[in-house]
Design a protein around this ligand. Structure first.
Ligand code: IPE
Ligand code: IPE
Ligand code: MG
Length: 243
């Protein structure tokens, strides 16, 4: 372990590669998703132990409805299974569950489970586990725009008062620290409509490792790499700021 290393406050992960992991084993894609859930458990525990304040996991994108019906329904069953199974341990481990995304498209049963789990853990003060479910970065921005537009319509806000700060308040995760680090497993180099607004100044880390194979050690490597990055936020290095 590196001394004096900074632990990112907020890590977001695009958990990609479950399908290919299954294919390598001649298994159904659903088996890959099940294996991916095991990795989720490991990584949540690791993040909580390392003192990460918020962990956002991309579980289902607004475009993932375009997958075959059998895969979508396997994923929905897995969410139900995971919530039923993990809720007590989240509560016990002081983890607060939060969801971002349009859950109104999920079954009544799943929506109820989600709302119960969020409520049960709402007073926990440890890691915030934020699950992006039926989430899209564009959806997120459009929802914020709608909320702002309605304030304008009601005369609570003028057009000139619409600022980035205002969007920051309306966009999801406004209660959480800024996203410091985005990790994508599975070897693709794209955002796939994940946190488009919130990742404006996040550090990006890509690995070829398929999500079911991702380990605590690899998470640690991502954090170590994060520590080697110089975050300038558009400014210049302090020592160069002399002329
Ligand atoms: C990511 O793994 C999990 C979800 C999108 C739910 P994939 O299912 O996209 O796996 P690959 O990319 O096909 O290997
Ligand atoms: C992104 O992975 C979505 C999740 C991990 C939930 P995808 O596999 O859906 O992304 P694309 O299709 O490769 O862009
Ligand atoms: Mg994929």
């Amino acid at each position: 372990m590196i001394e004096h290393r900074v632990i990112p406050n907020h890590v977001a992960i695009i958990m990609d590669g479950n399908g290919r992991w299954a294919k390598q084993r001649n298994q159904l894609r659903a088996i890959g998703h099940r294996a991916g859930l095991k990795t989720v458990r490991k990584i949540v525990t690791y993040a909580a132990n390392q003192g990460v304040k918020a962990l956002t996991l991309y579980a289902f994108s607004s475009e993932n409805w375009n997958r075959p019906e059998t895969e979508v329904s396997a994923l929905m069953s897995l969410f139900v299974y995971a919530l039923n199974r993990e809720i007590k341990s989240l509560a016990k481990n002081n983890i607060r569950l939060q969801i971002i995304g349009d859950i109104s498209k999920f079954s009544q049963q799943l929506q109820k489970l989600i709302l119960n789990a969020v409520k049960l853990t709402q007073n926990n003060s440890g890691l915030v586990l934020n699950i992006a479910a039926n989430y899209g970065g564009r959806w997120d921005i459009v929802e914020s725009a709608k909320k702002i537009a309605s304030k304008v319509l009601q005369g609570e806000l003028s057009i000139d008062e619409i600022t980035e700060e205002h969007f920051n308040l309306e966009i999801t995760m406004s209660n959480l620290p800024a996203v410091d680090l985005v990790i994508r497993t599975g070897g693709e180099y794209r955002m796939s409509n994940f946190l488009l607004w919130q990742s404006a100044y996040s550090e990006l880390y890509f690995t070829d490792t398929l999500w079911p194979d991702f380990t605590e050690k690899q998470f640690e490597k991502a954090i170590t790499t994060f520590n080697t990055r110089e975050r300038r936020f558009g400014a210049v290095k302090v020592e160069e700021n002399i002329c």
